[in-house]
Design a protein around this ligand. Structure first.
Ligand SMILES: Cc1cc2nc3c(=O)[nH]c(=O)nc-3n(C[C@H](O)[C@H](O)[C@H](O)COP(=O)(O)OP(=O)(O)OC[C@H]3O[C@@H](n4cnc5c(N)ncnc54)[C@H](O)[C@@H]3O)c2cc1C
Length: 463
């Protein structure tokens, strides 16, 4: 509970309706999209409308020693927005204006609360595209996705959020405002703080303005569905596509359990008898798309696909991608708790990773559905469980440990796109060693010595 005088100070800065302190309001901020995660209700939720107001909130937080938890739409999958120590949840949803679309320099400047799809609807009017495309494009904010360096369905050809952020305005833990980067394609002035703050999960500063790169929207696209009677064959087909020097915009996988569940949920006409399907999209100039689609079809057949379907029209294409985007919500219907991981391996190691996940599921007697951005080496093994079942949760924890160990041993990483947040912080030494973790801590403590910003995430206080 905050004292009435602190609440009054916040209301003076932000206006009464942008400061929430009623229990029923606060409860909804104890959660984000992450399952089986410790929950905690904040003491207050504030929703500033400008950089200046964010800075004043941080001054108040500093004065009273309160932790600050930045929040966009709360769709992250690593507990990133959970206010572990109470304090202030700082919602950026009131800062939701697209400030500029610069069609000469192919950039856009946005406030952090802009929804990714809204930016894309706006830039599409100019024949442009902002490529990062997480499954939550219609709900996630630019600030949240930049802070997670979100990936998504177009990562294979177009890269991820960090490849599009050119600059930003930030409020630091002490309330000071800094601006970094700019519209020049080349910029090596000083340390690259834009890169440092991208993917920092709100632990180093609050992003209040973002400058992103746009690209010309592809002229056309074609979607294909490769049907396999064996997961290993599907895994090998992924590697074969890349080996044949074809880089589709999107190359996704769904295993049999995911397929069945998604079909039950979407009625998209998916082949539920298949052991795995690959969902592929190529895009670009018409002639290139025709040629690439034909090449993909050949490779799929050579690698033993039982069937290759090509979407006949936009409606059929939409159905395929709606089905893919429904994978997580569909799986989440099967059991009360879905523990979703995003361990990522070099693309050539996908067949081995798929095999390891199947073996881990068997070893710990768990239901694991696997789907994901296979072309990027980014799989989402999703454990379907029930957090009230303590014995099963102990097995889940062991399975997750092993998934990470295998990913790292194959030359991969703990997180391809969902971030470290709360639960994965303990695994960091596995990837970086103690010296690496110490380096992260030094950066955190240089910028936020009192652990005011999003404490309990990525870098933990030394005990
Ligand atoms: C069904 C589903 C599908 C998903 N699919 C994908 C996918 O394909 N690819 C992918 O990468 N992710 C995916 N995600 C994860 C999630 O959607 C993305 O990470 C998303 O971009 C987060 O945006 P958000 O606005 O919800 O951020 P939030 O969850 O609100 O915040 C994310 C993090 O950023 C911090 N933060 C938020 N705003 C700011 C700010 N202005 N300044 C500083 N820090 C800030 C928060 O403290 C938190 O640590 C999926 C999630 C779900 C539920």
């Amino acid at each position: 509970m905050l004292s009435e005088s602190i609440l009054r100070e916040l209301r003076e800065v932000l206006g009464g309706k942008n400061v929430l302190s009623e229990t029923e309001d606060l409860l909804t901020y104890a959660y984000d999209a992450t399952a089986a995660m410790r929950r905690k209700t904040p003491d207050v939720v504030v929703a500033p409308k400008s950089t200046e107001e964010v800075s004043q909130v941080l001054n108040i937080a500093q004065k009273y020693g309160l932790p600050v938890y930045p929040r966009g739409s709360g769709t992250n999958l690593s507990g990133g927005t959970i206010p572990l120590e109470g304090g202030i949840v700082l919602s950026l949803l009131n800062m939701n204006r697209i400030l500029e679309v610069d069609t000469e320099n192919l950039t856009a400047t946005v406030q952090p609360g802009v929804i990714i799809q809204d930016l894309n609807n706006e830039v599409a009017l100019h024949g442009l595209l902002y490529p990062p495309d997480p499954g939550t494009v219609t709900t996630a904010t630019m600030g949240g996705s930049v802070s997670e360096s979100s990936g998504g369905l177009r990562g294979l050809k177009y890269g991820v959020t960090k490849h599009y952020v050119m600059g930003m305005k930030l409020v630091l833990a002490d309330g000071k405002v800094i601006k970094w980067g700019g519209k020049t394609v080349k910029n090596v002035t000083g340390y690259d703080l834009t890169a440092l703050f991208t993917g920092a999960e709100g632990t180093l500063g609050i992003i209040t303005e973002i400058l992103v790169k746009l690209i010309p929207a592809p002229e056309t696209r074609k979607s294909l569905l490769g049907v396999f009677d064996d997961v290993d064959k599907a895994g090998r087909a992924i590697s074969a596509i890349i080996r044949n020097r074809i880089i589709p915009a999107t190359l996704e996988i769904m295993d049999n359990m995911t397929l069945r569940t998604v079909e039950n949920f979407t009625h998209a006409g998916l082949p539920i008898e298949a052991e795995a399907v690959l969902l592929i999209e190529v895009d670009g100039y018409k002639e290139v798309v025709e040629r690439e689609a034909a090449l993909v079809e050949d490779v799929l057949q050579q690698e033993g696909a039982v069937e290759v379907k090509v979407a006949k029209d936009e409606q059929e294409r939409e159905r395929i991608w709606f089905a893919r985007r429904s994978a997580l919500p569909a799986l989440a219907q099967k059991k009360p708790t879905t523990v979703l991981e995003d361990a990522t391996v070099p693309r050539s190691k996908i067949p081995e990773m798929l095999k390891a996940i199947r073996e881990i599921a068997k070893k710990y007697d768990l239901l694991i559905g696997t789907f994901g951005h296979a072309g990027d080496g980014n799989l989402h093994p999703t454990i379907l469980t029930d957090e009230r079942d303590k014995e099963e949760m102990a097995r889940v924890e062991k399975a997750v440990d092993e998934i990470f160990q295998v990913a790292i041993s194959l030359g991969g990483t703990l997180s391809g796109e969902h971030g470290i947040g709360i639960a994965k912080a303990k695994y960091l030494p596995l990837e970086f060693g103690e010296a690496g973790v110490r380096t992260l801590r030094r950066i955190k403590e240089a910028l936020d010595p009192e652990y005011r910003l999003n404490p309990g995430k990525i870098v933990l206080r030394k005990e």
